[in-house]
Design a protein around this ligand. Structure first.
Ligand SMILES: NC(=O)c1ccc[n+]([C@@H]2O[C@H](COP(=O)([O-])OP(=O)(O)OC[C@H]3O[C@@H](n4cnc5c(N)ncnc54)[C@H](OP(=O)(O)O)[C@@H]3O)[C@@H](O)[C@H]2O)c1
Length: 300
């Protein structure tokens, strides 16, 4: 085991909150010498029992690892911890992997800073909850130099079975993360509306759950079709269209009327209506729903 450990890269994990602890724990289990640092030291206790080395300072932590994985709450916290002269001179030749959630701009700025200080930089988006980390279904998207990813594939494999390098462009993982979160929140806020409608009409939520199971494949098909049609620019209705803007708009108004009468917050649905109205005013009433994708830019 000790021989094996010596062969494997030494890793530092900065931030051992819920996600950082899962990352560190997977690395320890995979046999990496793992140094950790957390602002609140007591949150390192359980990892120390698993074999992590607890560093006395951020500087000491950064010095210890060939690869430094960062997972704190946001990029401002990362900057306050790492973007200093002392850390800048300690990271030359190391690989920094930022797994804190952030924006594409934040990732590009960070890439510039680390590269300027002689380090390689991969910026990642974790598309999973902590219980998925280290499992075959654990998905993490990474952007930055491909060579840095390829040289440490064993480390990334330890974090999950679906850790992918998606682009050399450092902002790409965060951009895709935001896109997928937009999709997720569409579904989750839609569910809140469905719950409110059912409760106001005294429909058991078990019934909603049953009908959702039947409807989910239809919605899944609509989402896939919308992405494909938009990608191909097929906005006019044709023989393969699943639904027109006009059909959606009619049903949307039934929902809006019901919500109004039951005093359910309509602000999100009114937002949908505003987009649809812009498209209709521009002559797209009978076009495919995908035509709405042209009306998201503010000012159109
Ligand atoms: N949990 C998830 O399911 C999930 C999924 C995908 C992505 N993520 C991302 O992973 C990151 C961490 O999430 P989490 O769920 O692990 O959150 P968490 O449990 O609240 O942990 C936050 C971590 O950030 C540290 N921190 C916050 N502000 C700091 C500062 N100013 N200086 C130093 N350390 C600071 C905390 O230190 P203390 O312990 O001292 O407070 C803690 O280690 C976030 O960017 C989140 O969006 C999480």
């Amino acid at each position: 085991m000790d021989m094996e450990r010596k062969m494997k890269s030494s890793i530092t994990v900065i931030g051992t909150g819920r996600m950082g602890s899962a990352l560190a724990s997977s690395l320890i289990q995979a046999g990496h010498t793992t140094t950790i640092w957390n602002r609140t030291r007591q949150k390192t206790d359980s990892l120390a029992k698993l074999g992590a080395i607890v560093a006395p300072s951020v500087e000491a932590a950064v010095m210890a690892g060939e690869i430094v994985i960062v997972n704190v709450s946001d990029y401002d916290a990362t900057k306050a911890l790492l973007h200093s002269d002392a850390i800048g001179s300690a990271i030359r030749g190391k690989l920094i992997v930022e797994l804190t959630s952030g924006t594409p701009t934040g990732a590009r700025e960070a890439a510039e800073w680390y590269t300027k200080h002689g380090a390689s930089y991969l910026d990642g988006a974790i598309m999973a909850t902590p219980d998925y980390i280290g499992t075959d279904a654990g998905t993490i998207l990474l952007a930055g130099p491909r060579a840095a990813f390829d040289s440490h594939s064993d480390v990334f494999r330890a974090l999950g079975g679906n850790v992918q390098h998606i682009s050399e462009e450092p902002g790409r993982a965060n951009a895709l993360d935001s896109a997928l979160l937009a999709l997720m929140w569409g579904a989750l806020f839609g569910t809140l509306h469905a719950i409110a409608v059912c409760q106001s009409e005294e429909i058991e939520l078990d019934e909603l759950a049953r009908q959702w199971s039947a409807t989910a494949p239809v919605i899944d098909g609509l989402v896939t079709d919308l992405i494909k049609r938009t990608s191909a620019g097929r906005f006019a209705s044709d023989s393969e269209s699943l639904s027109s803007i006009s059909a959606h708009h009619g049903s949307m108004h039934h929902l809006m009327e019901l919500m109004q009468s039951r005093k359910i917050d309509r602000s999100v649905v009114d937002g949908y209506d505003a987009i649809v109205k812009r498209a209709i005013a521009a002559g797209h009433l009978h076009d495919d729903f995908a035509a709405l994708s042209q009306f998201l830019a503010v000012g159109k």
